[in-house]
Design a protein around this ligand. Sequence first.
Ligand SMILES: C[S@@+](CC[C@H](N)C(=O)[O-])C[C@H]1O[C@@H](n2cnc3c(N)ncnc32)[C@H](O)[C@@H]1O
Length: 257
Amino acid sequence: MEKPAQARSRPDYGIDAPGVVRNLFVAGSVALLVSVIAYSGMLPWKEVARALVRMGASMAVGFLGMGSYMFYSSKVSKLHEREWLLDLIPWRGDETVLDVGCGRGLMLIGAAKRLTTGTAAGIDIWQTEDLSGNHPDAPLENARLEGVADRVTVSTADMRQIPFPDGHFDVIVSNVAIHNLYQASERAAAVREIARVLKPGGACVLADVLHEAEYASVLRTSGVTDVQRHDSSITSLFFAMMTLGRVRPFVLVARKP
Ligand SMILES: C[S@@+](CC[C@H](N)C(=O)[O-])C[C@H]1O[C@@H](n2cnc3c(N)ncnc32)[C@H](O)[C@@H]1O
């Protein structure tokens, strides 16, 4: 069970797609059980048992491996990844920053830590199927624990209608959030909103697992013309392998002239 925020002494950025992680562990455990039962000789059909051992074992390795990696990634590697992503921006310290789909504040707070006089705002609709313990209090509590509460604000808002004026932000970040919109037209609306609220001369970092070409194209047609792609290294390779190329994490760093 989740620890109440007041009892925590360290920030907790939650587990991404907790339902998927749970299902992978359940499926992996069932496959392992089938394999063990088949191996124990309890089944009367030898050929079937041998096939079940092999199939169960390889499915168990796949599901449990993927589940463990997703858990490890949420608990450990996403903190390193956030610093790598934020290093892609040449910070001055006085920027106005927006985190789109900020969840428990991973990027929002990482950005706020790089500010001196600037401010960081997060927007989200707090879907718990996308992130465990997702709630507006969570990023605020994490910001307090990380010593940046004075620079951080959060609002409940949909990324398809960002409640800020045109050209308001110097830097916009969004990490594994936009793909949660299932229709291409909705994702395009979100990316157009990001382009709208970005200042001329400002930069955005969009990191996600799907729809790279789509985001790049909408950015360009919305006036954010300088779009560069970065591979998210090991994570990218791992997901591409495990999902036979379907999921390929990427990072777009884009500037508005
Ligand atoms: C996988 S979580 C990632 C959270 C955070 N960016 C991070 O890196 O830890 C995806 C986030 O996108 C948010 N989200 C999904 N659809 C959204 C929408 N239409 N508008 C705003 N936020 C949304 C979810 O509530 C969730 O917090």
